[in-house]
Design a protein around this ligand. Structure first.
Ligand code: FE
Length: 198
């Protein structure tokens, strides 16, 4: 099987946010799909290791801000490459609050939706959340950023001098060889299949 064919599937790029008590948090996902229209339902798939995952499991609510082509790498690093378990990702990042009380961001995004979990499915490494869309706003007319656009235009080029296995998602370098098959990137939590040898 040519596993590269799976990269031909178009993905978007999103900030998934949640709120539990006073704790606000968010993570970057590329797995939002609209799956029904009347009523509007979406699915998101979230890695269980993400703190945002646990917050949604508990509260049953989330917002998704949709990244546009105006998104910058700093924003993606702030939300994608550190854990909400030990950092407050919203400490220095401006956000708005939607009617459900959850945060969403307007910098580098073209809209957001609010959703309430309808069903959860355990996928092993991830949980698939099926959710009803309860609210949403358009924020700009910029085109949405596809995951492919992110890879080519938003992400900083990895350090050319880096020797070892480089994460194609975030640029993290694993200096050993071989790369363990079950390796998970400590920054972006993607697996060994997203690494390439430099
Ligand atoms: Fe990574």
């Amino acid at each position: 099987m040519d596993t590269k064919v799976l990269r031909k599937i178009s993905d978007g790029l999103y900030l998934l946010t949640a709120k539990d008590g006073n704790k606000l948090n968010g993570c970057v996902i590329n797995t939002l799909e609209r799956v029904t229209t009347t009523p509007n339902k979406v699915t998101i798939s979230v890695i269980k290791e993400n703190f945002t995952h646990d917050m949604i499991m508990k509260t049953g609510e989330f917002n998704v801000s949709i990244f546009s082509e105006a998104a910058d790498f700093e924003t993606l690093k702030n939300f994608g490459f550190q854990s909400g378990k030990d950092t407050d990702k919203f400490k220095d990042f401006p956000y708005e609050t939607s009617e459900n009380g959850l945060p969403y961001i307007t910098k580098g995004t073209n809209g957001f939706i609010s959703a309430k979990v309808f069903e959860k499915i355990d996928l092993g490494t991830h949980t698939l959340f099926i959710a009803d869309v309860t609210d949403g706003e358009t924020l700009s007319s910029e085109p949405s950023a596809t995951y492919d656009y992110y890879q080519k235009n938003i992400k900083e080029a990895p350090d050319k001098k880096a020797k070892g296995w480089v994460c194609k998602i975030c640029g993290y370098v694993y200096e050993g060889d071989p790369l363990p098959e079950d390796f998970i990137c400590p920054l972006c939590k993607h697996g060994a299949s997203d690494f390439e040898k430099h």
